[in-house]
Unconditional design. Structure first.
Lengths: 401, 269, 309
């Protein structure tokens, strides 16, 4: 069943939804990258929760006008409007009062959502209130979707993605360096606003698939996942698009092949699985790599410090240092240096003296600033330069046993 | 290792010499942010009753050293002892003045509320705040010339006034060792004068003052000891013998022009 | 609405709403000042998976497993957020977004995949609560407040949230000074020997406990709204922490009472028949209060003096 879904063989609607979800995931990943780089990831949380009153009002208005309250296009228009109002509220609370943006986000999301719930209970009591279609918007549900809705989702996903691709250069510039962007005639405020508009359209298109509570995950998790694999912002955007697209596609397929499974949580958890893999296994920034690097680094520091203490005939205070020196065969467990330890210690001390000379010489300023206590001096100075320095010390000190 | 008298504390082996009653003795302290040590293998022994300036170029690890000495950041290696005993039991004897810019001054509090925080160790969790405590806080404000501002909202203060409030809070702690992180950064001349007068008064009472400092021109006037640092220790000792052109050159490298050093009119090292 | 009917139908929900609002608003003040307002948001999302897991393990919806499960979930969430922030060098907001959405999604999934049809546990209930249904059937009027038999019939949510509120108050009373100092100046707090990490974690745990107790009765919307809106509005009214706390309590209580009354009687005034969601209305009222404070509060904008950059 799952295989058929992944291979797009579960019927026309399911196929459209899977494609729509993939497009939505790509758009969300790329758009989310710019929010993330601007350190405003959670603004999207306020935007998505703020859609609820719009959904409710749109339903009520459409019913009062004699139409079907569950018309997806109408609900999407209403949700876009109220999300926009919510966004303006967040911005004016942040700018006009002393409240910080996180407080404004929390306030707006809870109040708008609360008001939305009030509207939902009103709808429940309306005579035509078959509210089932609205419940699905909280957590996403693609079961029994109308063909017309599937078309809207696929189309909406495609349009959003096209806009994202169109704006991505300007957004990258602003995310990277707003002042430079301004100097070449790009208004960062306007680009921020456009980014928010994209977030809004991702949210609105995602309402039916992921649901308004979880759409924020699709905007946040892909860029965070991508960040583990690269240091360059264009690449973060690309990778985030891939992560989002895969999550959307796989999630929608799993959901279509399993009855009674809300789409939103599946998509989010697929995305989260990709995140976890990256968190632990990414080659540079991953937890495993970082842990191994830290261990090696700490050992280097301890050994270096231990050697310097030995060279200056000072006692080694820390048990860890002694253990490490012993492991390297540089000292015995009672702290007495071995032959090799004495030689390495003398070399370490000599290098410290060399560094001190380097620090005092104006010619070596750039090199001097590289000092961090660990760097091998041979890696920054040529043999000639070393000889010059050693001449100042008075010849290399004998490595005496 | 038999030649050493050893005292063991929480798994660290502290050598006998660090147990000498220096207000602040640091051994083998290395702190690193990520993969690059901010301070490397620092040994320091602050003299009792001294006024010591920690100096060095930007990014040399001055503030890091201070914070690690207080246990505010966790070192990669090294031990700290305060008046001959481990830091934890000695906190009542230390007053710390953080960098003014490190906190959010929009916090809802008045000047007096901040100074009263200095009485935390005295008040503990539940002891009642009395008129006597308030009086003491006001006296501390008086000593830094801020008594008129006691009821003022802290967000309304200028930078120099904020710094004085921080110093008043430290005074309220009645400590023996005062650690100050850039107390003169970005303050007006009147504040600088007020602060140094207070610090000199502390020294006159036999207290010990250690401050991260960045203005080389005022070292000889303000301090009697210096500690030069550039990731590792460059030199420590009395200003007269340690604050020399040679040591400055070592600490600052090419970042300090010879002309600037000459301006300080130091004796030959 | 006086007398018998009021005591039986409205008194208990109003009290529960008020206690809940205050229990959340109190720690909310500190979360707000620590720039952790959204921790409240995160906690109220992860309460759901915590409760679902507790239910799956014990098979019942009893109070203690739920409380413990939810508190655990909150602690795990906070640790995860911190770990992701540090290990991945990811900004707090984004780390939070990753954790709470994923945990919430996990909770929903577990809920959908397990047989919870025998108990009252579903996503809608989790979001919106059911304040209106917490009626006191045994009450025969005000005199029932003194009648032990009638009192025994009180909905258990009331004593539960009341005890929680007392717990929150005790926590704040006991740790007032270290909380205040570490919120204002973390470095100084560590310097005087306050364990600021533990303090921060304790605040989160207390918030989580308040959220769990509240969650059962009123749903997570109120929880988020009460963590943030009353303290935020209160911050705009004063520049002193003690007074801010007092305002936040007043605003929380006002939101709860007005919200409940509007939800129950408002529709009747407009010719409607059925009450609307009390939880939603309480959140809405707190938003209106915040809006008024943002427009007219005496301390609404930052003071002009240099803030020390």
């Amino acid at each position: 069943m799952l295989f058929e879904a992944l291979a797009l063989q579960l019927g026309y609607n399911a196929t459209l939804v899977a494609i729509g979800s993939a497009l939505l995931g790509i758009s969300a990943g790329v758009t989310g990258t710019f929010l993330f780089l601007r350190k405003r990831a959670l603004v999207s949380d306020a935007i998505s929760h703020a859609t609820l009153p719009g959904v409710g009002l749109a339903f009520i208005v459409m019913v009062l006008l004699g139409g079907d309250g569950r018309n997806l296009a109408g609900l999407m228009a209403g949700s876009a409007l109220s999300a926009w109002i919510g966004l303006i509220c967040v911005q004016s609370l942040t700018r006009r009062t002393r409240l910080s943006e996180d407080a404004a986000i929390g306030a707006i999301l809870s109040v708008f959502f609360g008001f939305g719930v009030v509207l939902l209970t009103i709808i429940q009591s309306m005579s035509s209130g078959r509210q089932a279609g609205l419940d699905g918007l909280l957590l996403g549900s693609t079961a029994g979707m109308l063909m017309q809705d599937a078309m809207i989702i696929a189309g909406g996903g495609a349009i959003t993605l096209a806009l994202v691709l169109l704006l991505r250069r300007a957004m990258t510039l602003v995310a990277f360096d707003p002042q430079y962007a301004r100097s070449i005639g790009i208004d960062p405020d306007r680009v921020d606003m456009l980014t928010m508009l994209l977030v809004l359209s991702v949210t609105v298109v995602g309402l039916k698939i992921v649901g308004l509570i979880l759409i924020v995950a699709l905007l946040i998790i892909p860029p965070v996942t991508a960040r583990f694999w690269t240091e360059r912002s264009e690449k973060v955007a690309t990778y985030a698009g891939v992560v989002g697209g895969v999550s959307g596609y796989v999630g929608a397929a799993i959901s279509a092949s399993t009855p009674d499974m809300p789409t939103g949580p599946i998509i989010v958890l697929t995305c989260f699985a990709l995140f976890l893999v990256s968190l632990f296994l990414a080659p540079e920034r991953g937890v495993l790599a970082a842990y191994l690097r830290h261990r090696r680094f700490q050992e280097k520091v301890h050994i270096r410090q231990g050697l310097l203490s030995l060279a200056q005939q000072q006692p080694v205070y820390e048990p860890l240092t002694i253990r490490l020196l012993a492991r390297e065969g540089l000292a015995r467990l009672d702290g007495v240096p071995t032959e090799a330890g004495r030689a390495r210690a003398a070399k370490a001390l000599l290098d410290e003296h060399r560094w001190q000379i380097v620090h005092g010489m104006a010619d070596f300023e750039a090199i001097s600033s590289l000092y961090d206590g660990l760097r091998d001096i041979e890696s920054v100075l040529t043999a000639d330069q070393l000889a010059e320095i050693d001449a100042l010390i008075g010849g290399p000190a004998e490595v005496t046993p | 290792m038999t030649q050493l008298e050893l005292a063991t504390d929480r798994g660290h082996i502290v050598a006998a010499e660090t147990l000498a009653a220096s207000p602040l003795a640091i051994r083998g302290l290395t702190v690193s942010y990520g993969e690059k040590p901010a301070v490397f293998s620092i040994d320091a022994t602050v003299q009792d009753g001294s006024m010591t300036a920690i100096i060095g170029p930007n990014g040399a690890g001055k503030s890091t050293l201070l914070k690690a000495a207080l246990g505010v950041i966790k070192p990669l290696s090294g031990t700290v002892s305060v008046y001959g005993a481990p830091l934890e039991g000695q906190r009542a004897r230390i007053a710390y003045v953080p960098q003014r810019a490190s906190i959010d001054w929009d916090f809802p509090a008045r000047v007096i509320d901040v100074v009263l925080m200095g009485l935390y160790r005295e008040l503990g969790l539940l002891r009642r705040l009395t008129g006597g405590h308030r009086q003491k806080a006001l006296e501390c404000l008086q000593r830094v010339g801020m008594a008129d501002f006691a009821e003022r909202q802290i967000g309304q203060l200028s930078g120099g006034q904020q710094q004085r409030v921080f110093l008043a809070r430290a005074l309220a702690q009645d400590a023996d060792l005062y650690l100050l992180d850039e107390p003169f950064a970005g303050v007006d001349a009147a504040t600088e004068k007020a602060i140094i007068d207070v610090l000199k008064a502390l020294k006159a009472q036999g207290k010990t003052v250690v401050a991260v400092h960045h203005d080389l021109a005022t070292i000889t006037e303000y301090f009697d000891h210096v500690f030069l640092i550039n990731v590792r220790k460059v030199a420590e000792g009395p200003v007269a013998t340690t604050f020399t052109a040679e040591n400055l050159q070592k600490a600052y490298g090419g970042r300090l022009a010879t002309a600037q050093i000459e301006e300080l009119e130091l004796g030959a090292g | 609405m006086m007398g018998e009917e009021f005591v039986a139908l409205s008194l208990v929900p109003i009290l529960i709403g008020t206690f809940t609002a205050i229990a959340c608003a109190l720690p909310g003040n500190f979360l707000l000042l620590r720039k952790q307002a959204l921790i409240g948001d995160a906690i109220s999302h992860v309460v759901l998976p915590g409760i679902v897991v507790a239910f799956l393990v014990t098979g019942t919806l009893s109070t203690w497993p739920m409380m413990i499960g939810a508190a655990f979930a909150a602690i795990i969430a906070v640790i995860l957020i911190e770990a992701i922030r540090r290990l991945g060098r990811i900004e707090t907001g984004a780390a939070m977004g990753v954790v709470f959405t994923s945990m919430f999604a996990g909770g929903v999934l577990l809920l959908e995949r397990s047989d919870t049809s025998t108990v009252h546990l579903d996503v809608e209930h989790a979001l919106m609560g059911n304040l209106e249904s917490l009626i006191w059937l045994d009450a025969m009027g005000w005199s029932s407040l003194l009648d032990p038999v009638a009192l025994a019939g009180l909905p258990p949510e009331l004593p539960r949230i009341f005890v929680t509120l007392l717990g929150v108050l005790a926590f704040l009373w006991l740790f007032w000074r270290p909380l205040k100092i570490s919120t204002f100046d973390d470095g100084f707090a560590q310097g005087v020997g306050i364990r600021t990490g533990t303090m921060g974690m304790a605040l989160v745990v207390v918030s989580a406990i308040a959220a769990v107790a509240a969650f059962d009765a009123v749903g997570s919307i109120i929880v988020i709204a009460m963590f943030i809106c009353p303290p935020a509005a209160a911050r705009l009214m004063t520049n002193r922490l003690e007074i801010q706390i007092a305002w936040s309590v007043a605003f929380a209580a006002l939101s709860a009472v007005l919200g409940y009354v509007f939800a129950g009687y408002g529709p009747l005034w407009f010719g409607g028949q059925d009450a609307v969601s009390a939880a939603g209305m309480i959140a809405t009222v707190s938003g209106v209060i915040l809006a008024l404070a943002a427009l007219f509060g005496p301390c609404r904008s930052r003071t002009g003096a240099p803030s020390g950059v």
